[in-house]
Design a protein around this ligand. Structure first.
Ligand code: IFM
Length: 446
């Protein structure tokens, strides 16, 4: 085992958030409605009926939040741009006030010495586009490329690297297959055209960004998949799940082809969504970095009932987060090594664009978060020692925020937010992370 947190010089320390989870101000300054505004307003969709209408009120309080980031010593801040703030109906007229907000945010970050790392799409599709079919409609991919051009024409002079999409797997499966996230469709595997159109959107936007001399990343939520037993049936189920969760969203970008989903009964053309030439459009621009969002491994068994060809099995005898997710830090190291095995030379440098855990509000100090981050940084140091090129770590999340269908119930922040008063209070993990960043910088400036 290498020294604790023995990460390279120039390693970028960051924190991450997303627009709908923190901004609030959903009807202000010309922002159009997003699928999440509409979904969360529907009774029974989100725990306790919570919405992102106010969230952390970051739209107004961003100077205070940037001061907290500066005090933390962050090199980088990952946030997302709300498409409906910039283009209230997704295409058509630009909302100057929306763009101006991100202009102010970027300048304030740069003034604080923090490099902005924006994500162009973190699930808040303009509702007007959803009304036209959302990600099931191929046109949405082209609208996304136009939106990427508008945003980067404004901010690209100051922001060198961009993330196109956040976790297209989660958005496809929760939003279009199971309906537990916006837009709440329940198409099961017939949701997969939404996956293809997001990947096409990524490819088209990546070309737009490269034409402007900008770097492009894609943030995927990847999970090492392990079979519950060594039986052939469990092994086959685990392979099918790995293809759906991981390879479907990474192979097209890095290898220029889709994985075989026949074990799931999915046709090769993803129900007619893939047109000739699409895989080139997705892969040809290339990727300057792979964003990896890592939370937990997944254990899979053969199905016990008809339906999908896999069952999820809990991983016993390990700690679980407040959300109930198993904590297995070494799975991150294993995942990184397996990415290298799978993609070889086509694997670009990796940035951890999310990693963190929810901790119950009453847990003071929030030692479980410190333990979680510490163990995952150990795993990163171990993977680095084994030759994996990892450029940075953005913890999820800077602030307690709106955790989608869980509303405000899952607290992932280094900073506690009292949602009644908007009071921010740094937690013990904030101080711990601040000291860790300072120690790393001191060691590497010698
Ligand atoms: O809050 C989410 C984030 O929006 C995407 N990645 C996972 C986080 C925790 O669930």
């Amino acid at each position: 085992m290498p020294d604790r947190y023995d990460l390279p010089t120039g390693f970028r320390w960051g924190a991450a958030t997303a627009a709908y989870q923190i901004e609030g101000a959903v009807t202000e300054d010309g922002r159009g409605p997003s699928v999440w505004d509409v979904f969360a307003a529907r009774p029974g969709t989100v725990r306790d009926g919570h919405t992102g209408a106010v969230a952390c009120d970051h739209y107004h309080r961003y100077p205070e939040d940037i001061a907290l980031m500066k005090n933390l010593g962050l090199d980088g801040y990952r946030f997302s741009i709300a498409w409906p703030r910039v283009l209230p109906t997704g295409s058509g007229p630009v909302n100057p006030a929306g763009l101006a907000f991100y202009d102010r945010l970027v300048d304030a970050l740069l003034d604080a010495g923090i490099t902005p790392l924006p994500t162009l799409f973190h699930w808040d599709l303009p509702q007007a586009l959803e009304d036209g079919g959302g990600w099931l409609n191929r046109d949405t991919a082209h609208h996304f490329a136009d939106y990427a051009a508008i945003v980067t024409d404004r901010l690209g002079d100051r922001v060198p690297a961009w993330i196109t999409l956040n976790e297209p797997f989660v958005h496809t499966v929760f939003g279009y297959a199971l309906g537990t996230h916006a837009p709440g469709r329940t198409l099961m595997l017939e949701a997969l055209p939404a996956a293809h159109h997001q990947l096409l959107a990524h490819g088209l936007a990546a070309s737009v960004l490269h034409d402007r001399g900008l770097e492009v990343m894609l943030s995927n939520n990847l999970t090492p998949v392990e079979p519950a037993t060594s039986s052939d049936a469990d092994l086959a189920a685990a392979q099918a799940y790995d293809a759906l969760h991981n390879r479907l969203f990474t192979d097209p970008v890095l290898l220029g082809r889709y994985p075989d989903l026949s074990a799931l009964g999915v046709p090769d053309d993803l129900y007619g969504a893939i047109h000739p030439g699409d895989t080139d459009l997705i892969a040809a621009p290339g990727l300057d970095g792979l964003g990896l969002n890592f939370y937990n491994p997944t254990r899979i068994a053969a199905p016990t009932e008809p339906g999908l060809p896999f069952d999820f099995v809990d991983i016993p005898d390990v700690p679980h987060t407040a959300f109930g997710w198993p904590v297995v830090p070494d799975a991150l190291r294993q995942l990184l090594l397996s990415l290298r095995d799978t993609y070889g030379k086509t694997l670009p440098p990796i940035t951890i664009t999310e990693n963190g855990c929810s901790v119950t509000e009453s847990t003071t100090p929030d030692q479980p978060r410190i333990d979680f981050m510490s163990a995952h940084l150990d795993a990163l140091a171990a993977a680095t020692a084994e030759g994996i090129d990892i450029r940075g770590y953005y913890t999820w999340s800077l602030l307690d925020n709106y955790e989608w269908a869980e509303g405000y119930h899952q607290r992932f922040g280094l900073i506690h937010v009292d949602f009644a008063t908007q009071q921010r209070t740094p937690k013990a993990s904030y101080t711990w992370y601040r000291d860790l960043i300072a120690a790393h910088k001191a060691r590497h400036s010698k």
